[in-house]
Design a protein around this ligand. Structure first.
Ligand SMILES: Cc1ncc(COP(=O)(O)O)c(C=O)c1O
Length: 449
């Protein structure tokens, strides 16, 4: 069956059959009846096929931190496509992959010195979990096989990621998943935290639940804990003050590896190269993706502490140390895009810029407090999240309608997760655009109340 698309109403550039593409994380039938189509982007904006400018309130999908179609990134990709399209990184190498790894390791805190490349946040999550298990195996602690995630956590859609993840619709149709997984409680309590600017005062004690998990399973069975420093996909939950430090202390006490999933928080979203620096906590591994190329070419990876990497560098030298990797790990186009992106972040001081404008951003998003139907607003770094009162008996409908209205009626792209609206603009956003963005969100919220 084909779904007709009214070509005349938009542009000849738009396909007239939308049926074949099964879109991920999308209400396919509703989308295909009234598509939200974009075909061009530049800096802070997308453009629809008919040329309407859409303010990008979500950096695409938390990716385009440097803004869209930045010329140096475009040029670097073009040049690399001419020079060398693909090269394997299994048993062979190409210079750019080593350069990017060094640049990323330089940005990471402490002795997070080694980078394992993959192509997405999901692959990064699964890679980090596998490295954790393998690390314990090669260091004679093979009983440590349990992986601990957190309720409301999101670590992508691989079996590892959904096993430690804690968003139930992402898990419930997909069988038994990994065995030996447990979850920390999430950190959100509206009564205690509502309308906090930045990290909420309450909630560090939620980390102590790890002590209970250790008591239940025995530390000697636990390999790693994985958390997002700011839980993005569930609706933007900043870490409570002191929470991540507390988690680090408990992991240290019991020899458990700590993994930060920085797929969203990496590359400036919270005003630092990595959120680990904002919180003064050095995890054992950091996963990244998205912002590493400002979304221009798929790339992901795991940054690993020296001691973990070194533990594998044993045995006969002709032997592969870790039986893991992806054909496209360190793809030349991704590496070229990443180097140009990292240069832009440095040359335009975009992480520092995000930190500098955070107070203006915080005031702007909090200015919608008091609007009818807004139950909570959260903010950290250049992230804002608005909880709308759900419609009776149809949770998620109001948030969905708001996302649709924002696009069609207010020229704004934002993320809707359930009845929460999330915004995370490119880090190049200026003060006037912050005002415009918040005004559009306000109108969008009014349209669904
Ligand atoms: C924290 C986190 N981890 C992992 C992922 C998965 O990344 P990807 O969609 O690139 O697989 C995401 C995606 O939004 C994410 O937010």
């Amino acid at each position: 069956m084909s779904v007709a698309y009214d070509v005349d109403a938009v542009s000849v550039a738009t396909p007239n059959d939308l049926d074949a593409f099964w879109m991920g994380f999308t209400a396919n039938r509703a989308f295909k009846q009234r598509p939200r189509m974009v075909s061009r982007s530049k800096d802070m904006h997308y453009y629809t096929p008919e040329g309407r400018a859409i303010l990008d309130g979500s950096a695409g999908l938390w990716c385009a931190n440097a803004g869209h179609n930045r010329q140096p990134i475009v040029e670097a990709i073009k040049k690399q496509a001419e020079e060398m399209d693909f090269a394997p990184t299994f048993q062979f190498g190409h210079p750019l992959a080593f350069k990017v790894a060094s640049r990323i390791a330089e940005l990471a805190p402490g002795d997070l010195d080694h980078v394992f490349f993959c192509n997405s946040g999901s692959e990064a999550g699964d890679t980090a979990l596998k490295i954790a298990l393998a690390y314990h195996a090669v260091t004679g602690k093979g009983t440590r096989t349990r992986l601990i995630g957190r309720e409301r956590g999101y670590h992508g859609v691989g079996f590892g990621g959904i096993s430690v993840g804690g968003i139930s619709p992402n898990r419930r149709f997909f069988g038994g998943m990994l065995t030996g997984v447990d979850h920390l409680p999430h950190t959100y309590d509206r009564e205690k935290q509502a309308f906090s600017k930045g990290e909420p005062e309450w909630g560090a004690e939620r980390a102590d639940a790890l002590e209970g998990i250790v008591a239940l399973h025995d530390a000697q069975t636990i390999a790693a804990v994985i958390v997002e420093p700011m839980a993005g996909s569930t609706g933007g939950l900043p870490a409570p003050k002191g929470y991540l430090k507390r988690l680090r202390e408990i992991c240290d006490k019991y020899g458990i590896l700590l993994i930060f999933d920085e797929v969203i928080t990496g590359f400036g979203r919270l005003g630092f190269p990595f959120a680990a620096e904002r919180y003064g906590v050095v995890p054992d591994m950091i996963t990244f993706a998205k912002g590493v190329t400002s979304g221009s070419v798929p790339m992901g990876g795991v940054i690993v502490r020296k001691g973990i990497y070194d533990a594998f560098m044993n045995g006969p030298e002709h032997m592969i140390e870790l039986f893991h990797g992806y054909t496209y790990s360190g793809h030349p186009l991704a590496c070229a895009a990443s180097l140009a992106t990292l240069d832009l972040y440095r040359d335009e001081a975009l992480f520092e810029r995000a930190r500098a404008i955070e107070p203006i951003w915080a005031d702007a998003v909090m200015s919608l407090k008091g609007k009818p139907g807004v139950l909570d607003i959260r903010q950290v770094g250049l992230v804002g999240a608005f909880d709308l009162a759900p419609l009776p008996d149809t949770p998620g409908k109001r948030g969905y309608t708001a996302m649709v209205n924002a696009f069609h009626d207010h020229d704004l792209m934002l993320r809707g997760t359930g009845d929460t609206l999330a915004v995370s603009p490119p880090l190049i956003i200026n003060e006037a655009q912050i005002g415009e963005l918040v005004e559009k969100i306000g109108k969008t919220i009014d349209s669904v109340m």
